[in-house]
Write a protein that binds this ligand. Structure first.
Ligand code: FAD
Length: 324
């Protein structure tokens, strides 16, 4: 294997964070194995995005075409198929995002190559390529050794690696013409629709007080809202709270909710399942209150309090408002 291919992901004129997270991983593997890292950029008239990738990889393979301006399954699939057949990279990394979940299985099937999805770590062990995945809602880590293959496709879970935004490299640029795939276009992109912003924007808050199923009943929400108001925080929640209709969906943090990066994230009665974690692990300081000392959230919170949240609220309020 000489080359690791990383598919750059972009949306609405911006590179997605997962791109740099995968490049961090790819560069680590490349250093260990003496390989090169090539970023594949499929797009149209986005030189600033290509430029932003320059410092983070050895090579940028750019395919410029109107059909690639945004993610569209058929042109992406046809183009990546052609690139992989031509270059035969040993390892291909794609984000385990909405795009990657659509693209990776189809690509692996088309090329008849192995695929490991939703991986939180990848490295070469004694017996070959090893991946780490989380199962049972993040309670168990499963380490798998993949059968040897000339090429392997891996989808990487967002938030698994801190994007180092390495800028020390100076990638060579290479261009490739988009392959002719018009006969394979079975779908057509119509329009990009941004979900309407209702209620408050939790992504803009500096302090979030987030409630989970541990809140017990909707009658307890006003108590937490009062606490949040007292410390100048915005209220957010885990998915069950939104699903129950105790707080609006716009307040949900996680893979099917919002990704937040507040200065302080106070998680009250939230177990810390990976779907929730993925949406908040970028917070500067995470404070978790949970009655269960083995709750997964304690493995990544900066401060943990093992207690009933309703009993802790007055104490936390006192601490925050007195400044001690
Ligand atoms: P639980 O897992 O039930 O945890 C409740 C916690 O409260 C427990 O740890 C318990 O010990 C604690 N507790 C109970 N009583 C108290 C008390 N009195 N005081 C303190 N602690 C107490 N989840 C999300 O949050 N966001 C998402 O975007 C999201 N997307 C998903 C997408 C998919 C495709 C799937 C399959 C799942 C998704 N989930 C998401 C659900 C996720 O897997 C978890 O089920 C969910 O995050 C659990 O929410 P929770 O921590 O509030 O509840």
């Amino acid at each position: 294997m000489e080359e690791i291919l990383v598919l750059a992901e972009h949306r609405q004129g911006e590179l997605r964070e997962i791109t740099f997270e995968m490049l961090t991983l790819a560069n680590r593997i490349a250093r260990e194995k003496g390989l090169g890292v090539t970023t594949v950029f499929l797009g149209h008239e986005a030189p600033h995005l290509v430029e932003a990738l320059k410092g983070a990889c050895d090579r940028i393979l750019q395919v410029e075409d109107e059909t690639l301006a945004r993610y569209d399954a058929d042109p992406y699939l046809g183009t990546l198929d052609a690139i992989i057949q031509q270059r035969k990279p040993g390892l291909i990394l794609i984000g385990h995002t909405a795009i990657g979940m659509d693209l990776a299985p189809a690509l692996a099937t088309r090329l008849s190559i192995p695929l490991a999805t939703d991986c939180v770590d990848v490295h070469f062990g004694e017996e070959g390529l090893e991946v780490l995945r989380q199962i049972y809602g993040g309670k168990i880590h499963s380490r798998l050794t993949l059968k040897p293959s000339d090429q392997t496709l891996i989808s990487v879970r967002p938030g698994s690696f801190e994007a180092e935004r390495e800028q020390s490299k100076s990638a060579e640029k290479e261009s490739m013409a988009a392959p002719e795939i018009s006969g394979l276009m079975r779908r057509r992109f119509l329009e990009y629709l941004e979900a309407a912003l209702e209620d408050v924007d939790i992504t803009a808050a500096d302090i979030l007080v987030s409630v989970g199923r541990g809140i017990g009943k909707p009658e307890n929400i006003p108590v937490v809202q009062e606490f949040a108001d007292a410390i100048g925080a915005t209220l957010s929640c885990s998915r069950p709270v939104a699903d129950e209709g105790w707080l609006p969906k716009s307040r949900q943090v996680g893979t099917s909710g919002k990704t937040v990066r507040p200065k302080i994230y106070i998680a009250l009665g939230i177990s810390g399942a990976y779907q929730h974690q993925a949406g908040m692990k970028g917070a500067e300081t995470i404070i978790a209150v949970n009655t269960d000392s083995s709750a997964p959230i304690f493995s990544f919170a900066h401060y943990g309090i093992i207690a009933d949240l309703m009993q802790v609220l007055p104490v936390l309020r006192e601490k925050f408002t007195s400044g001690s």
